[in-house]
Design a protein around this ligand. Structure first.
Ligand SMILES: *[C@@H]1O[C@H](CO)[C@@H](O)[C@H](O)[C@H]1NC(C)=O
Ligand SMILES: *[C@@H]1O[C@H](CO)[C@@H](O)[C@H](O)[C@H]1NC(C)=O
Ligand SMILES: *[C@@H]1O[C@H](CO)[C@@H](O)[C@H](O)[C@H]1NC(C)=O
Length: 190
């Protein structure tokens, strides 16, 4: 191994400790889970929550601009713009209602001639029976009233999940860019 600087070492140790902390089942348990899979019953789970994407305002900022292309600022579709988010997912429309989890990941303006986003993020659940489990969304999010995005996998209770996330814009502040989006998720898992 090459000599690593102290900050890098601390970071690596921190990552390793975090992994031990949050992975509740080790490789052996996962293997056993797969061995039992032929006898497992498929389940359908439906989830409903609100997603708050905030760039400004009195609440904490939850989405940050991290990159752009050479012509992004002149592009009518913001082509090339990339954001990273850690957006709260709440039970109700108001940001003060119970937080169910977070949407962590990124989105990129990937339409050159039309407004369209590539979404690549995890729904990280932090309460109730799904606490510690995640669902992974990877899909296209065009500027239409009803958006449909694929759920391509999951972890914890959502191992091998697949499904669909339906998103609908509920409010958008033209000044700040803050958005409130309603999500209905249907997933098949075991
Ligand atoms: C948009 O956000 C600004 C700044 O927080 C706020 O003053 C304004 O009332 C908001 N507009 C709407 C329509 O909510
Ligand atoms: C902003 O974040 C800090 C630290 O995570 C938290 O203590 C505070 O309550 C948050 N403020 C609001 C308005 O959500
Ligand atoms: C969720 O799980 C974490 C880690 O196991 C735990 O610390 C936390 O208290 C749990 N939260 C709820 C609301 O159950």
């Amino acid at each position: 191994m090459e000599k690593l600087g102290i900050p890098v070492m601390i970071l690596l140790v921190a990552i390793a400790m975090q992994m031990v902390d949050c992975v509740e089942e080790g490789a052996k348990e996962v293997e056993e889970w797969f061995d039992k899979l032929p006898y497992a019953k498929q389940k359908v789970t439906k989830l409903h929550f609100f997603f708050h994407d905030r760039f400004a305002g009195k609440h904490n900022i939850t989405a940050v601009r991290v990159a752009h292309g050479p012509g992004t600022d002149k592009s009518p579709t913001s082509f090339g713009l990339v954001f990273v988010m850690d957006d709260p997912l709440t039970e109700g429309m108001k940001p003060t209602t119970k937080e169910l989890g977070r949407a962590q990941g990124l989105y990129a303006f990937s339409g050159r001639d039309e407004l369209s986003l590539l979404m690549s993020f995890n729904l990280v659940f932090t309460t109730g029976e799904f606490n510690g489990s995640t669902l992974t969304i990877l899909g296209r999010n065009p500027a239409v009233p009803h958006r449909e995005m694929p759920i391509v996998g999951g972890s914890g209770v959502f191992r091998l999940a697949c499904g669909v996330a339906s998103a609908q814009l509920r409010s958008f502040n033209m000044t700040t860019g803050n958005a409130l989006i309603e999500y209905n998720v249907v997933v098949i898992h075991y």
